[in-house]
Ligand binder design. Sequence first.
Ligand code: PPS
Length: 291
Amino acid sequence: MEPSKEYVFKYKGFYFGVITSLEYVASLEDFEIKDSDIFLATYPKSGTVWTQNILSLIFHEGHRNGTENVDNLDRIPWLEYNLNKRDYKELPSPRIFATHLPYYLVPRGLRNKRGRIIYVTRNPKDVMVSYYHFSKYMSTLEEIPDFNLFMERFLAGKVLASSWLDHVAGWYSHAEDFNILFLTYEEMKKDLRSAVLKICNFLGKKLSEEEVDSVVRQATFENMREDPRANYEKLPEGIVARSKGSFLRKGTVGDWKNIMTVAQNERFDNVLKEKMKTLPIKFIWDINDEM
Ligand code: PPS
Protein backbone atom coordinates (compact mmCIF):
# COMPACT_ATOMS: atom_id res chain seq x y z
CA MET A 1 0.00 0.00 0.00
CA GLU A 2 2.89 2.40 0.66
CA PRO A 3 4.19 4.15 -2.46
CA SER A 4 7.48 2.81 -3.72
CA LYS A 5 10.61 4.57 -2.40
CA GLU A 6 11.94 4.32 -5.90
CA TYR A 7 9.57 7.17 -6.82
CA VAL A 8 8.80 9.25 -3.73
CA PHE A 9 10.18 10.33 -0.37
CA LYS A 10 8.35 11.82 2.55
CA TYR A 11 9.14 15.14 4.23
CA LYS A 12 6.93 16.38 7.10
CA GLY A 13 4.13 14.06 6.08
CA PHE A 14 4.16 15.04 2.41
CA TYR A 15 5.26 12.88 -0.54
CA PHE A 16 7.72 14.42 -3.01
CA GLY A 17 9.04 12.92 -6.24
CA VAL A 18 12.65 11.71 -6.02
CA ILE A 19 13.64 14.13 -8.80
CA THR A 20 14.07 16.66 -6.00
CA SER A 21 15.90 16.21 -2.69
CA LEU A 22 14.96 16.33 0.97
CA GLU A 23 17.61 18.97 1.74
CA TYR A 24 16.30 21.22 -1.00
CA VAL A 25 12.60 20.99 -0.08
CA ALA A 26 13.49 21.54 3.59
CA SER A 27 15.36 24.72 2.60
CA LEU A 28 12.30 26.19 0.88
CA GLU A 29 10.69 27.29 4.12
CA ASP A 30 13.51 29.87 4.34
CA PHE A 31 13.32 30.80 0.66
CA GLU A 32 13.36 34.60 0.60
CA ILE A 33 10.16 36.19 -0.67
CA LYS A 34 9.87 39.43 -2.63
CA ASP A 35 6.66 41.45 -2.51
CA SER A 36 6.28 41.05 -6.27
CA ASP A 37 6.48 37.21 -6.16
CA ILE A 38 3.59 35.15 -7.49
CA PHE A 39 2.99 31.50 -6.63
CA LEU A 40 0.65 29.20 -8.49
CA ALA A 41 -0.22 26.46 -6.00
CA THR A 42 -2.21 23.33 -6.74
CA TYR A 43 -2.71 19.70 -5.94
CA PRO A 44 -1.49 17.79 -9.04
CA LYS A 45 -3.82 17.52 -12.04
CA SER A 46 -5.96 20.48 -11.02
CA GLY A 47 -5.11 22.86 -13.87
CA THR A 48 -1.55 23.96 -13.03
CA VAL A 49 -0.10 23.91 -16.52
CA TRP A 50 -3.19 25.66 -17.84
CA THR A 51 -2.89 28.49 -15.30
CA GLN A 52 0.86 28.58 -15.84
CA ASN A 53 0.17 29.28 -19.51
CA ILE A 54 -2.38 31.96 -18.66
CA LEU A 55 0.14 33.67 -16.38
CA SER A 56 2.84 33.54 -19.02
CA LEU A 57 0.44 35.01 -21.59
CA ILE A 58 -0.68 37.75 -19.20
CA PHE A 59 2.85 38.81 -18.26
CA HIS A 60 4.70 38.33 -21.55
CA GLU A 61 3.68 40.28 -24.59
CA GLY A 62 6.19 38.26 -26.57
CA HIS A 63 4.28 35.10 -25.73
CA ARG A 64 0.95 36.72 -26.60
CA ASN A 65 2.09 38.00 -29.99
CA GLY A 66 4.27 35.03 -30.85
CA THR A 67 7.54 36.96 -31.09
CA GLU A 68 9.20 35.09 -28.24
CA ASN A 69 9.74 31.41 -28.03
CA VAL A 70 10.37 30.77 -24.35
CA ASP A 71 9.08 27.63 -22.71
CA ASN A 72 6.53 28.13 -19.91
CA LEU A 73 8.66 25.84 -17.80
CA ASP A 74 11.47 28.41 -17.98
CA ARG A 75 9.21 31.39 -17.46
CA ILE A 76 7.31 29.89 -14.54
CA PRO A 77 9.55 27.22 -13.04
CA TRP A 78 8.53 24.65 -10.45
CA LEU A 79 9.64 25.75 -7.01
CA GLU A 80 10.33 22.37 -5.43
CA TYR A 81 11.49 20.70 -8.66
CA ASN A 82 14.37 22.94 -9.72
CA LEU A 83 15.55 20.51 -12.37
CA ASN A 84 17.92 22.86 -14.17
CA LYS A 85 19.41 24.03 -10.87
CA ARG A 86 18.66 27.65 -11.71
CA ASP A 87 19.39 30.41 -9.28
CA TYR A 88 15.86 31.52 -8.44
CA LYS A 89 17.19 34.70 -6.86
CA GLU A 90 18.22 35.88 -10.31
CA LEU A 91 14.82 35.55 -12.01
CA PRO A 92 13.34 38.83 -13.29
CA SER A 93 10.46 40.34 -11.31
CA PRO A 94 7.78 39.44 -10.93
CA ARG A 95 9.09 35.95 -10.26
CA ILE A 96 6.33 33.42 -10.88
CA PHE A 97 6.60 29.88 -9.53
CA ALA A 98 4.41 26.81 -9.84
CA THR A 99 4.21 24.52 -6.83
CA HIS A 100 2.38 21.53 -5.42
CA LEU A 101 3.49 22.36 -1.88
CA PRO A 102 0.95 22.14 0.94
CA TYR A 103 0.32 25.40 2.81
CA TYR A 104 2.59 24.44 5.70
CA LEU A 105 5.72 23.87 3.59
CA VAL A 106 5.74 27.04 1.47
CA PRO A 107 8.30 29.80 2.13
CA ARG A 108 7.53 31.33 5.50
CA GLY A 109 7.67 34.87 4.11
CA LEU A 110 4.40 34.26 2.26
CA ARG A 111 2.60 34.11 5.60
CA ASN A 112 3.17 37.78 6.19
CA LYS A 113 0.97 38.34 3.16
CA ARG A 114 4.01 39.16 1.10
CA GLY A 115 3.75 37.96 -2.49
CA ARG A 116 0.57 36.60 -4.02
CA ILE A 117 -0.75 33.08 -4.38
CA ILE A 118 -3.23 31.66 -6.86
CA TYR A 119 -4.65 28.33 -5.71
CA VAL A 120 -6.58 26.25 -8.24
CA THR A 121 -8.81 23.31 -7.29
CA ARG A 122 -10.63 20.75 -9.43
CA ASN A 123 -13.28 18.22 -8.57
CA PRO A 124 -11.39 15.29 -7.07
CA LYS A 125 -12.88 12.59 -9.27
CA ASP A 126 -11.51 14.28 -12.37
CA VAL A 127 -8.25 14.94 -10.51
CA MET A 128 -7.97 11.25 -9.67
CA VAL A 129 -8.75 10.06 -13.20
CA SER A 130 -6.33 12.56 -14.71
CA TYR A 131 -3.69 11.44 -12.19
CA TYR A 132 -4.29 7.78 -13.03
CA HIS A 133 -3.60 8.39 -16.74
CA PHE A 134 -0.70 10.68 -15.90
CA SER A 135 1.02 8.05 -13.79
CA LYS A 136 1.26 5.86 -16.87
CA TYR A 137 2.59 8.68 -19.01
CA MET A 138 5.20 10.03 -16.56
CA SER A 139 8.08 7.63 -16.19
CA THR A 140 9.03 9.38 -12.94
CA LEU A 141 5.75 8.30 -11.30
CA GLU A 142 4.90 4.84 -10.09
CA GLU A 143 2.58 3.25 -12.61
CA ILE A 144 -0.44 1.55 -11.09
CA PRO A 145 -2.25 -0.01 -14.05
CA ASP A 146 -5.21 -1.22 -11.99
CA PHE A 147 -7.62 1.71 -11.61
CA ASN A 148 -9.22 0.32 -8.47
CA LEU A 149 -5.86 0.08 -6.79
CA PHE A 150 -4.94 3.57 -7.94
CA MET A 151 -8.17 4.88 -6.44
CA GLU A 152 -7.36 3.29 -3.08
CA ARG A 153 -3.91 4.86 -3.18
CA PHE A 154 -5.41 8.24 -4.05
CA LEU A 155 -8.05 8.05 -1.32
CA ALA A 156 -5.40 7.10 1.23
CA GLY A 157 -3.10 9.93 0.11
CA LYS A 158 -0.40 7.42 -0.84
CA VAL A 159 0.63 9.22 -4.00
CA LEU A 160 2.99 12.08 -4.82
CA ALA A 161 1.57 15.20 -3.10
CA SER A 162 -0.25 13.01 -0.56
CA SER A 163 -3.92 13.53 0.31
CA TRP A 164 -6.02 15.65 -2.02
CA LEU A 165 -8.40 16.54 0.82
CA ASP A 166 -5.61 17.60 3.20
CA HIS A 167 -4.04 19.74 0.50
CA VAL A 168 -7.24 21.60 -0.39
CA ALA A 169 -8.58 21.81 3.17
CA GLY A 170 -5.20 23.06 4.40
CA TRP A 171 -4.99 25.89 1.89
CA TYR A 172 -8.60 26.95 2.39
CA SER A 173 -8.50 26.88 6.18
CA HIS A 174 -5.29 28.95 6.23
CA ALA A 175 -6.40 31.42 3.59
CA GLU A 176 -6.31 34.25 6.13
CA ASP A 177 -2.54 33.85 6.48
CA PHE A 178 -1.92 34.52 2.81
CA ASN A 179 -2.63 36.97 0.04
CA ILE A 180 -4.48 34.39 -2.01
CA LEU A 181 -6.94 34.02 -4.89
CA PHE A 182 -8.90 30.78 -5.18
CA LEU A 183 -10.03 29.55 -8.58
CA THR A 184 -11.55 26.31 -9.80
CA TYR A 185 -10.76 24.37 -12.94
CA GLU A 186 -14.47 24.16 -13.66
CA GLU A 187 -15.04 27.92 -13.53
CA MET A 188 -12.10 28.35 -15.90
CA LYS A 189 -13.67 25.80 -18.19
CA LYS A 190 -17.09 27.44 -18.08
CA ASP A 191 -15.95 31.03 -18.48
CA LEU A 192 -12.26 31.39 -19.22
CA ARG A 193 -12.47 35.11 -19.92
CA SER A 194 -13.87 35.88 -16.47
CA ALA A 195 -11.17 33.73 -14.89
CA VAL A 196 -8.45 35.57 -16.82
CA LEU A 197 -9.91 38.91 -15.70
CA LYS A 198 -10.02 37.71 -12.09
CA ILE A 199 -6.34 36.80 -12.31
CA CYS A 200 -5.44 40.15 -13.90
CA ASN A 201 -7.38 41.98 -11.21
CA PHE A 202 -5.75 40.07 -8.40
CA LEU A 203 -2.29 40.66 -9.82
CA GLY A 204 -2.94 44.31 -10.67
CA LYS A 205 -2.23 43.72 -14.35
CA LYS A 206 -4.14 45.88 -16.81
CA LEU A 207 -4.60 44.41 -20.28
CA SER A 208 -6.62 45.85 -23.15
CA GLU A 209 -9.76 44.02 -24.36
CA GLU A 210 -7.77 42.68 -27.33
CA GLU A 211 -4.96 41.48 -25.11
CA VAL A 212 -7.41 39.65 -22.86
CA ASP A 213 -9.01 38.11 -25.96
CA SER A 214 -5.60 36.95 -27.08
CA VAL A 215 -4.82 35.35 -23.69
CA VAL A 216 -8.17 33.55 -23.70
CA ARG A 217 -7.76 32.34 -27.27
CA GLN A 218 -4.30 30.94 -26.64
CA ALA A 219 -5.29 29.29 -23.37
CA THR A 220 -8.06 27.11 -24.77
CA PHE A 221 -7.29 23.42 -24.59
CA GLU A 222 -7.15 23.04 -28.37
CA ASN A 223 -4.80 25.97 -28.96
CA MET A 224 -2.64 25.27 -25.96
CA ARG A 225 -2.12 21.72 -27.13
CA GLU A 226 -0.56 23.10 -30.31
CA ASP A 227 1.67 25.63 -28.53
CA PRO A 228 5.14 24.10 -28.00
CA ARG A 229 5.83 26.66 -25.25
CA ALA A 230 2.85 25.43 -23.30
CA ASN A 231 2.19 21.78 -24.10
CA TYR A 232 5.16 20.16 -22.30
CA GLU A 233 5.87 18.08 -25.41
CA LYS A 234 9.57 18.89 -25.10
CA LEU A 235 9.91 16.73 -22.00
CA PRO A 236 12.41 14.06 -22.96
CA GLU A 237 11.50 10.42 -23.49
CA GLY A 238 12.60 8.77 -20.25
CA ILE A 239 10.84 11.44 -18.20
CA VAL A 240 7.66 10.72 -20.17
CA ALA A 241 6.51 7.73 -22.20
CA ARG A 242 5.15 9.32 -25.38
CA SER A 243 3.38 6.18 -26.52
CA LYS A 244 1.28 6.24 -23.34
CA GLY A 245 -0.39 9.64 -23.55
CA SER A 246 0.25 13.36 -23.34
CA PHE A 247 0.34 16.13 -20.76
CA LEU A 248 -2.72 17.81 -22.22
CA ARG A 249 -4.87 14.72 -22.35
CA LYS A 250 -8.56 15.55 -22.55
CA GLY A 251 -9.21 18.80 -20.70
CA THR A 252 -12.86 18.20 -19.82
CA VAL A 253 -15.15 18.23 -16.79
CA GLY A 254 -16.73 14.90 -15.87
CA ASP A 255 -14.32 12.46 -17.51
CA TRP A 256 -14.50 10.40 -14.30
CA LYS A 257 -17.85 9.09 -15.55
CA ASN A 258 -16.06 7.31 -18.39
CA ILE A 259 -13.97 5.16 -16.11
CA MET A 260 -15.47 4.89 -12.62
CA THR A 261 -17.98 2.12 -12.04
CA VAL A 262 -21.07 2.68 -9.89
CA ALA A 263 -19.39 0.74 -7.07
CA GLN A 264 -16.18 2.78 -7.33
CA ASN A 265 -18.17 5.99 -7.31
CA GLU A 266 -19.97 4.90 -4.16
CA ARG A 267 -16.73 3.92 -2.51
CA PHE A 268 -15.23 7.29 -3.40
CA ASP A 269 -18.25 9.13 -2.02
CA ASN A 270 -18.19 7.08 1.17
CA VAL A 271 -14.62 8.06 1.86
CA LEU A 272 -14.61 11.69 0.75
CA LYS A 273 -18.01 13.27 0.26
CA GLU A 274 -18.87 13.85 3.92
CA LYS A 275 -15.44 15.37 4.62
CA MET A 276 -15.71 17.53 1.51
CA LYS A 277 -18.76 19.25 2.97
CA THR A 278 -16.42 21.16 5.27
CA LEU A 279 -14.76 22.79 2.24
CA PRO A 280 -16.14 26.16 1.16
CA ILE A 281 -16.21 25.09 -2.50
CA LYS A 282 -19.16 24.13 -4.65
CA PHE A 283 -17.85 21.23 -6.65
CA ILE A 284 -18.87 20.83 -10.26
CA TRP A 285 -18.98 17.17 -11.28
CA ASP A 286 -20.42 17.65 -14.74
CA ILE A 287 -20.09 20.54 -17.18
CA ASN A 288 -23.89 20.88 -17.15
CA ASP A 289 -24.02 21.43 -13.36
CA GLU A 290 -25.06 24.89 -12.22
CA MET A 291 -22.14 26.97 -10.96
S1 PPS B 1 0.31 18.67 -13.24
O1 PPS B 1 1.01 17.48 -13.73
O2 PPS B 1 0.01 18.55 -11.81
O3 PPS B 1 1.00 19.90 -13.54
O4 PPS B 1 -1.08 18.65 -14.00
P1 PPS B 1 -2.07 19.89 -14.13
O5 PPS B 1 -1.53 20.82 -15.13
O6 PPS B 1 -2.39 20.43 -12.79
O7 PPS B 1 -3.40 19.21 -14.66
C1 PPS B 1 -3.45 18.57 -15.91
C2 PPS B 1 -4.88 18.55 -16.36
O8 PPS B 1 -5.25 19.86 -16.85
C3 PPS B 1 -5.71 19.73 -18.18
N1 PPS B 1 -5.46 20.95 -18.96
C4 PPS B 1 -6.45 21.71 -19.47
N2 PPS B 1 -7.78 21.60 -19.38
C5 PPS B 1 -8.52 22.54 -20.05
N3 PPS B 1 -8.00 23.53 -20.77
C6 PPS B 1 -6.66 23.68 -20.88
N4 PPS B 1 -6.15 24.68 -21.61
C7 PPS B 1 -5.81 22.75 -20.21
N5 PPS B 1 -4.48 22.58 -20.09
C8 PPS B 1 -4.28 21.48 -19.33
C9 PPS B 1 -4.93 18.54 -18.71
O9 PPS B 1 -5.46 18.07 -19.91
C10 PPS B 1 -5.08 17.58 -17.54
O10 PPS B 1 -6.39 17.08 -17.39
P2 PPS B 1 -6.93 15.72 -18.07
O11 PPS B 1 -8.27 15.48 -17.46
O12 PPS B 1 -5.96 14.64 -17.76
O13 PPS B 1 -7.03 16.02 -19.54
